[in-house]
Write a protein of this length. Structure first.
Length: 301
């Protein structure tokens, strides 16, 4: 059975050009105690990432409830777990510069896998799938420069999205793709920034002294699985210590924010449209949830 497609936001960060970014003076290089900054504060700095990770929990819940009611009208029981589609939480923000705390991402509990419908149950039928996902031939697709996202064109999931997004549904998908691609490209572009290159060089010198030479923190994170447990833990500790001593994360996120802001400055309609669509989505979601709350509860026989 087809699954609802959700636009992946991944662990990469990035997008666009470095216009004017190389001229900003490099931040002062101080001691670890002076430069240690709250991770949440660092994550709030990149403006494209901030737009992408604006919470949509209310919209997700409104769509969930609308789809449940829609399927019930068609004679089916649809019971998605509340919050299952809300994947834009702060705890899932990208870590474009490797580890930021002693807890490695791989140690987080994986999401529970989908439970396949029982053979012979209503949920296993083609009629149920069509009611929820609509006709395969009527799917709609939003395209960006390097990726595209396909969504149901009809069926209860499509109707739920249309209820909160209206005729802005396709624009919502298009703008989201643009922001995601911008985020992706910016992570590569920041590698060219003089201040970022300088702080990375300091980090490398520190890691060389610790016995872990390498090109950068992201590459180190990717290679940790090749080390035995004790060596991996030692490398992790050295990485975090060197980031503190060099002010790496402070500089890296500051420069990434500058790159992302340069892209937004060149594409002002993107943020404007996104902000308007978020506000519209929130208003519609409030209406859906208010109507549901005001509806009388079904009487038990």
């Amino acid at each position: 059975m087809r699954k609802t497609l959700v636009l992946a936001l991944g662990l990469a960060v990035g997008a666009a050009a470095l216009s004017g970014c190389g001229t900003t003076p490099e931040p002062d290089h101080r001691t670890a105690s002076a430069t240690r900054i709250d991770t949440a504060e660092l994550h709030r700095r990149p403006p494209v990432t901030e737009l992408l990770f604006t919470s949509n929990a209310r919209s997700h819940e409104a769509q969930r409830q609308f789809a449940v009611a829609c399927m019930a009208k068609r004679g089916f029981r649809y019971a998605p777990v509340p919050g299952a589609e809300a994947t834009e939480g702060d705890d899932q923000l990208p870590q474009p510069f490797g580890l930021e705390s002693a807890t490695r991402p791989a140690e987080s509990a994986p999401p529970a896998p989908d439970t396949p419908p029982k053979p012979g149950s209503p949920e296993s039928t083609e009629a149920y799938s069509k009611a929820l996902f609509g006709d395969e031939t009527k799917r709609v697709t939003a395209k960006g420069t390097t990726m595209s996202v396909s969504r149901p064109g009809n069926g209860c999931l499509a109707e739920a999205e249309k209820r909160v997004l209206g005729d802005g549904r396709m624009r919502w998908l298009q703008v989201r793709i643009m922001l995601f691609e911008a985020q992706e490209h910016a992570r590569g572009d920041v590698e060219k920034d003089p201040a970022f290159k300088a702080v990375t060089a300091r980090w490398r010198t520190c890691m060389d002294r610790a016995g872990f030479p390498g090109p950068g923190p992201a590459q180190l994170l990717a290679s940790l699985h090749t080390l035995e447990a004790r060596a991996s833990s030692t490398a992790l500790a050295a990485d975090l210590r060197c980031k503190d001593e060099t002010g790496y994360l402070d500089t890296a996120y500051t420069r990434l924010a500058a790159v992302q802001q340069a892209w937004l400055d060149r594409n002002p309609a993107v943020a404007k449209d996104w902000t308007a669509l978020v506000a519209r989505q929130d208003r519609a979601a409030r209406e859906v949830l208010a109507a549901k709350a005001a509806a009388p509860s079904p009487r038990s026989e």
